[in-house]
Design a protein around this ligand. Structure first.
Ligand SMILES: Nc1ncnc2c1ncn2[C@@H]1O[C@H](COP(=O)(O)OP(=O)(O)OP(=O)(O)O)[C@@H](O)[C@H]1O
Ligand SMILES: [Mg+2]
Length: 574
């Protein structure tokens, strides 16, 4: 994933605002409630200043216990109302925040898992999980920071400024001169901060990507004695993340003391002016009390404003990463063509395919598969056998030409419908960390007991399940790590056979089995062949005796052969 390239010109990033609004608008009612509660809270700042003014005035006229108790009661009442409103406001805002984070995550997750395998091949699992967890968390916080920076804090500032002007226009206008300085400073720092936050998030994603990959490959790391090397690499990546975090933190931290300095300066200026005016009798103590209370009250929202601006940049940086991920994900076809009930032919017409744009795996490939046929595929390692299956399933898009399923272009089809008709047992069959039965049912959750039994029998799982004390309730471990390679393959075959199949693809599916089990499974599959297109990839020549014909892959060319000739050829090449 590329580096941060575009210069951040605008303080409020337009794309980020649009993105946030697309999620926030679903919570309009909550937002309106938050608007109302924060408006009342903002107005209360002015009320407190006005109250102080009244208290000083009343006390200067009659210093009685009654007056003091009356104002103490009013103050307590106001504090109680303020406390209740603050809790309600925070509750609503937190609900909006976590709901938006949830919606963003679901949406991004859906987009990521719908994307073609080519996208997943090009993306690191750790980077994707980092975006789904961290970027979404920071991005959604932007709604809260925008709410604070554009509404709650400005409303508070407005009420307090108006109060100040009401009591003492000269002091109020002097303090207001400081506002532009503060905003110029904050906007400069924020822009730098957004860039620093973006770099930090990138380094965090790299670190997570590295950790996830290391954990996935833990066996290889141990066996290849790469432990020290991995720890050193983690150390290096962690240090670069620390550097990036420190740069961002430094920029964020500078904002607080500078805004404190400006605030203290303005309080000092207010006190000097107040002293002067009281000396020459141009104001009264109660107006000074009201004006100073409002003026000092301004300092907290001013500081919160600079804090919010900085946090908002963190959100914009995270949104930039999410939007980039969205642009890499490929949209699913919104108006797909319905898959025909019966699939009897699959045709490759002039198909070209290349991974890198230079070297063609296939060039002008024209082949056809028909129901009732068992087609073998042979060819040396790396000749493109698995790639052909990835094209046929739609995992990879063709570089040119088309694949027609019962005459319909594969790109036009509803992919979910198409996948539901395919059973694949791939070279590296992976299982979920669940029971054997549930793994089989992943193929078809609505399978009847007869269909389950049939799939278990035909895949050779029966004997294995009988051997395990917990039978089909045996848990297989992460990626099926509690099972042997051959056992995993058998469960994967059962999972494929239980589907309402039109096409069955076995990619080295039986290579880890003993000859007897392999023969039993293949002859059972043969019995089902009339309603299926069966494609068997293998390096073992004996397998091709079960096929009607065999495709031999060589240097980007595909030649059709009889099973007998294919066996001779593959034996000779082995
Ligand atoms: N995701 C990928 N990105 C780039 N190149 C790839 C990718 N997957 C496979 N290749 C390359 O494409 C070629 C065909 O790979 P493929 O997996 O189809 O071979 P295969 O015939 O199935 O080999 P094997 O018999 O070893 O399974 C290989 O040269 C491989 O290096
Ligand atoms: Mg392969």
């Amino acid at each position: 994933m590329g580096a941060y390239q575009k210069r951040t010109k605008l303080f409020f990033d337009r794309d980020s605002l649009k993105f946030l609004w697309s999620y926030a608008r679903a919570y309009r009612i909550n937002l309106i409630l938050a608007f109302i509660t924060s408006l009342i809270l903002a107005a209360m700042g002015g009320v407190l200043a006005w109250m102080l003014n009244k208290l000083v005035k009343d006390l200067s006229i009659s210093m009685t216990l009654e007056t003091v108790l009356f104002w103490a009661f009013i103050a307590l009442l106001l504090m109680l109302i303020k406390g209740i409103l603050t809790v309600v406001n925070r509750y609503i805002m937190t609900r909006i925040h976590i709901s938006i984070a949830h919606d963003m995550r679901v949406n991004l997750f859906e987009k990521v898992i719908q994307s073609p395998i080519s996208f997943h091949n090009a993306s690191k699992t750790g980077h994707l999980s980092n975006s789904l967890l961290n970027d979404v968390k920071f991005a959604s916080a932007g709604v809260i920071e925008l709410f604070l920076a554009l509404w709650q804090i400005p409303a508070t500032l407005l009420f307090l400024t108006v109060t100040m002007f009401y009591f003492n226009p000269l002091i109020a206008s002097t303090v207001c001169i400081l506002f532009p300085f503060l905003s110029i400073f904050v906007s400069r720092i924020s822009r730098l901060s957004r860039k620093a936050e973006f770099h930090y998030m990138e380094s965090q994603a790299r670190l997570q990507g590295f950790i996830v990959e290391a954990l996935i490959n833990i066996r290889q790391i141990k066996y290849l004695t790469m432990l020290r090397n991995q720890v050193n690499e983690l150390n290096k990546k962690g240090k670069s993340m620390i550097d990036a975090r420190m740069r961002a933190t430094l920029l964020n931290a500078i904002a607080a003391p500078i805004s404190d300095l400006l605030s203290t300066t303005s309080i000092c200026v207010m006190v000097i002016l107040a002293y002067n005016q009281l000396q020459n009798g141009s104001t009264t103590p109660e107006d000074i009390a009201g004006c100073l209370a409002a003026g000092v009250g301004l300092m907290k929202p001013l500081k919160s404003m600079s804090n919010s601006m900085i946090m908002m940049q963190q959100s914009f940086a995270a949104i930039k990463r999410i939007l980039r991920l969205h642009s890499f994900c490929i949209d699913v076809n919104k108006n797909p063509v319905e898959l025909p009930e019966k699939i009897e032919t699959i045709k490759f017409e002039g198909v070209n395919f290349t991974f890198d744009g230079r070297h063609n795996i296939f060039k002008d490939l024209n082949i056809a598969f028909k129901t009732g046929e068992i087609v073998g595929i042979a060819g040396k390692s790396g000749s493109g056998k698995t790639t052909l299956l990835n094209l046929l399933t739609g995992f990879y898009p063709c570089s040119a030409g088309k694949i027609l399923i019962q005459g319909i272009d594969l790109n036009e089809l509803n992919m979910e419908e198409w996948f539901s008709k395919i059973g694949i047992v791939s070279q590296d069959a992976q299982l979920f960390d669940d029971t054997i039965l549930n793994n089989i049912l992943h193929g078809n959750a609505n399978a009847t007991p007869e269909e389950i039994e049939h799939a278990i029998r035909c895949s050779g799982c029966e004997e294995m399940i009988k051997r395990f004390p917990s039978g089909n309730q045996t848990v297989v471990g992460e990626s099926g790590c509690f099972l042997s390679g051959g056992e995993k393959k058998r469960v994967a075959i059962a999972r494929a056979l239980i589907r309402p199949l039109a096409v069955l693809i076995l990619d080295e599916a039986t290579s880890e089995l003993d000859m007897k089990t392999e023969r039993a499974i293949l002859s059972d599959i043969l019995k089902m062949k009339n309603n299926l297109i069966v494609i068997i990839i293998s390096h073992r020549p004996e397998i091709f005796q079960y096929c009607h014909h065999v495709l031999i892959f060589e240097n980007g060319n595909v030649n059709l052969m009889s099973p007998e000739n294919a066996q001779v050829l593959v034996k000779a090449k082995n």
